[in-house]
Design a protein around this ligand. Sequence first.
Ligand SMILES: Cc1cc2nc3c(=O)[nH]c(=O)nc-3n(C[C@H](O)[C@H](O)[C@H](O)COP(=O)(O)OP(=O)(O)OC[C@H]3O[C@@H](n4cnc5c(N)ncnc54)[C@H](O)[C@@H]3O)c2cc1C
Ligand code: SF4
Length: 561
Amino acid sequence: MATQTYDAIVIGSGITGGWAAKELTEKGLRTLVLEAGRPIDPDQDYVEHVPAWEKKFRGLGDRRKGMEEQLVQRECYACDEWASKFFVNDRENPYSTDTNKPFLWIRGRQVGGRSIMWGRQSYRWSDLDFEANLRDGIAVDWPIRSQDIARWYDYVEEFIGVSGQAEGLPQLPDGKFLPPMQMTCAEMVVKDAIDKYFPGERRMTIGRTAILTQRHNGRAACHYCGPCHRGCSTRSYFSSLNATLPVAQATGKMTLRPFSVVHSIIFDPKARRAAGVRAIDGQSKQALEFRSRLVFLCASALESTRILLNSSTAEFPNGLGNGSGELGHNLMDHCMGGGATGRMPGNQDRMEAGRRPNGIYLPRFRNVRDKHAGFTRGYGYQGGGYRENWQRGIEMAGFGTEFKRSLRQLGPWMFDFYGFGECLPNPANYIELDPKKKDAWGIPALSIHCAFGENERALLKDMSIAAAEMLSAAGATDIQPFIEDNAPGLTIHEMGTARMGRDPKTSVLNANNQLHDVSNLFVTDGACMASSSCVNPSLTYMALTARACDYAVGLMKKGEL
Ligand SMILES: Cc1cc2nc3c(=O)[nH]c(=O)nc-3n(C[C@H](O)[C@H](O)[C@H](O)COP(=O)(O)OP(=O)(O)OC[C@H]3O[C@@H](n4cnc5c(N)ncnc54)[C@H](O)[C@@H]3O)c2cc1C
Ligand code: SF4
């Protein structure tokens, strides 16, 4: 077991690990990136242009393999016949849940992590979010406010490229946007109706997305081919593979080691520091050890906390850095799936241009100015207006030539509103090590205890009613409100379990994502979140990661770390 020493170790190479690798190497640190999964070669592995008829199962997927190896992952829309290779094997990566409390843990294990399949929706937090816990007397107050992170949002957006429209809304701060994508004509009709009937309260905008609408930082503009979760040969959307890791590589300071499954952190009790990490070679299953001055945990929210839980010492019998007893608690995921669908009359002579990889966004409007009687916090909608195509035939009666001919015509314009609601931090939603289960590398697996509560259910109900109300105002017909019963996890915005806070007695991390108890150990993925807002979270993880790298290297330079 040879031991190698670096300035910094980054665990994970997904959205946050890629950012840590870029920042630390650009600041001159010799950085080892340990990634559990395999390397990805975009020229071979990206398959967004492969048509269904070239796939063995014609795009319908290998159901037997799915049942055997991806029983959880196949619940995610993006785990299709093309992209299922980017999702984990559930048998090799097991976890347990309580009976009747499912949690769908959707994961990617490869260089690039889930940045390859993510939906790229990118929104900033406002102080409505950072002050929420304090205002509502729930959990702990965030130790930061939007002014602490605003310049890091600028920094991240300028690098990754986010297209969007500035709206001047206090609850959804504007960013450094590339030109926005265009709305479809059905979306313009709905937008106009919302402006007319809900003035000053609701505003619909085009989705803010980490996709290039013009050439940017050496990457090409998007050509609207559509299925981004299968990769992007022109590198037009942000992923760590497309953007951050190549920059880190170019510094000559990064060593990227795939097939390196981190088991735990090595803690030096005398120095009270992380001395390095223990890992297992993913292929040979040999034990490995690496040393460094600095460790960044970026393995994704639950995996990072699992590593800390597996790093118990005599001083920290319940997980490294768990002096507060909070490690593992307050697991959150957005509650999604309240909304409505409707048919938009008119515009029969128009159609969409290309396959725009984006939709609309309608930012939170509940509990922004007035207090809603039925629930706390709020939700935003994603969705969009589109023309139905031949796939409507699945639900239509008919057969034969006439039926096929009718499906060659474009269908009516439809519009969907699909809500994403804030999940409250709740100590009863938590993770711990399963006493019996281990993964394929012999590392103790997680036991996840999580369920949505009354507030999340009330949000889902209101999402559905308010969506139908707006479609009605826009003149839609056949309006169908819906409320889906989605298990937590399926929104794939899992976060919390190692929260930030001011007080070491009630939080795991300080305002700079540094463990209160272990000064050279940082957790910058979703584990750090003290509340969840209702917007997609990854832009905030990226900004927090870049900020924490700057802080850590600053301390190192001053000789304080
Ligand atoms: C289909 C889909 C759509 C999504 N849409 C959006 C969206 O529109 N907007 C948004 O904000 N978010 C979205 N997300 C969520 C987003 O992908 C995650 O928030 C983000 O990837 C988290 O970044 P991360 O670095 O924490 O984790 P990941 O990107 O998952 O990367 C973690 C990496 O750590 C590695 N790792 C794990 N354990 C270990 C270990 N023990 N040792 C070594 N390495 C390890 C993994 O292999 C992985 O490569 C979506 C996700 C999916 C799957
Ligand atoms: S739609 Fe655009 S971002 Fe998505 S894969 Fe195609 S070119 Fe890339």
